[in-house]
Write a protein that binds this ligand. Structure first.
Ligand code: DAH
Length: 377
């Protein structure tokens, strides 16, 4: 409630003190609230106007009405109040003027001359950068992106990819199994997917041929965590299915992708390999993009390719007809369609591209390492 000057009925020292204190408190509160020149004018008039200003009322209600004996004391108080009010009213104008020239901020106590808080821009993690680059290369060839679950059943991770139960090929991938699954039939037991290949099956169950997809994602293996192994890493898988897809399509597509990724002068080399879900299967190598395939860096041996001039980069092959048998009901008759597939480790590619020696750096979250991958602004 706005302050009003009370009539004094009692001129004792106590009640005079109390009345003065209340007035000064009200005055200061109102002085604080002045924040513009218009405010200030109202404030000045309220306290200093000849007619009905607070000071005038104090004069009338306190001094003029005082009994003779108290006039001296009351007069002194009233004078002191006058000086205080006049001084502070002037100062309030100055404050209001400087405040009005400040930008409007939520708090006028904020010191805008202090240096700001720098918020560094985030950068893509080197694996995510490699992931995105690889996805982009295939998207430009008309591939689309598919993803699948990281917890898989034995059926999708192994059986439908032509790893029969108890087949030794399963030993190629040290698997992390989910506990407590023994009561279930083998094909329903859960595990952490060891590769992105099960998404080939999920996608062929969902979409009819022709198909051109890439599948990036996290995969898990029962491996010790060291400079070149990690129980979790990233892969990108590719699958193309159509009529008359040949090994020549596989070679042409991957050769193009590698040139896009590592530079147009890299060469590719295919050598025979084995995967249960492809027949024939191959490993693809690229000529070392660090030493240009010479095996030497200046006169030193090239560490990236271990002086061989070649780097093993991925596994690939023509989709095994046995795999199509599992999705035959959705249009994948092995007598009618053919396809190729490939799978590549993204962490290793990032390591090769950026030449860092230890896979663990990717997962340490050390800002000093990661900030080096910031793109130039
Ligand atoms: N899934 C394989 C692995 O993790 C990689 C791979 C090889 C994927 C050949 C493929 C392929 O699609 O055709 O070792």
């Amino acid at each position: 409630m706005a302050y009003t000057v009370p009539k004094l009925t009692d001129y004792s020292k106590e009640s005079l003190d109390k009345a003065v204190r209340e007035l000064v408190r009200a005055f200061e509160r109102e002085a604080e609230a002045v924040s513009s020149e218009a405010d200030w004018k109202n404030f000045r008039d309220r306290w200093m106007a000849r007619k009905n200003g607070v000071l005038t009322l104090v004069n009338d209600l306190w001094l003029k009405a005082a009994p003779k004996a108290d006039k001296r004391d009351v007069g002194q108080w009233v004078n002191e109040l006058k000086t205080l009010v006049e001084e502070k009213v002037d100062r309030a104008l100055e404050r209001a003027k400087t405040q009005a020239s400040w930008p409007k901020l939520s708090s006028d106590r904020l010191d805008i001359t202090l240096p700001g808080i720098r918020r560094p821009l985030g950068v893509e993690h080197p694996v995510i950068k490699t992931w995105n680059e690889m996805v982009d290369i295939f998207c430009n060839l008309g591939y689309s992106v598919e993803e699948g679950p990281e917890i898989e059943t034995d059926y999708y991770n192994f059986e439908a990819l032509n790893f029969p139960p108890n087949h030794p090929a399963r030993d190629m991938q040290d698997t992390l199994f989910v506990a407590g699954q023994d009561a279930k039939p083998l094909r329903e037991r859960l595990l952490l997917r060891t590769h992105t290949s099960p998404v080939q099956i999920h996608t062929m169950e969902k979409l009819k041929p022709p198909l051109r997809i890439v599948i990036p994602g996290k995969v898990y293996r029962r491996d010790a965590f060291d400079a070149s192994h990690s129980p979790m890493f990233h892969q990108i898988e590719g699958l193309a299915v159509d009529t008359n897809i040949t090994f020549g399509d596989l070679k042409g597509t991957l050769d193009h992708a590698m040139k896009m990724m590592f530079g147009s002068s890299v060469k590719t080399h295919f050598r025979p390999s084995f995967f249960p879900f492809t027949e024939p299967s191959a490993e693809m190598l690229v000529s070392c993009f660090i030493c240009g395939g010479s095996g030497k860096r200046c006169s030193d041996p090239c560490r990236t390719c271990k002086t061989t001039g070649w780097i093993e980069i991925l596994g690939c092959g023509m989709v095994d007809p046995n795999v199509f048998e599992f999705v035959k009901h959705n249009g994948y008759d092995p007598a009618k369609v053919s396809g190729f597939a490939f799978g590549m480790g993204l962490d290793r590619v990032a390591m090769l591209l950026y030449e860092f020696p230890d896979l663990r750096l990717l997962l340490d979250g050390d800002e000093r390492f990661l900030s080096q991958f910031a793109r130039e602004a």
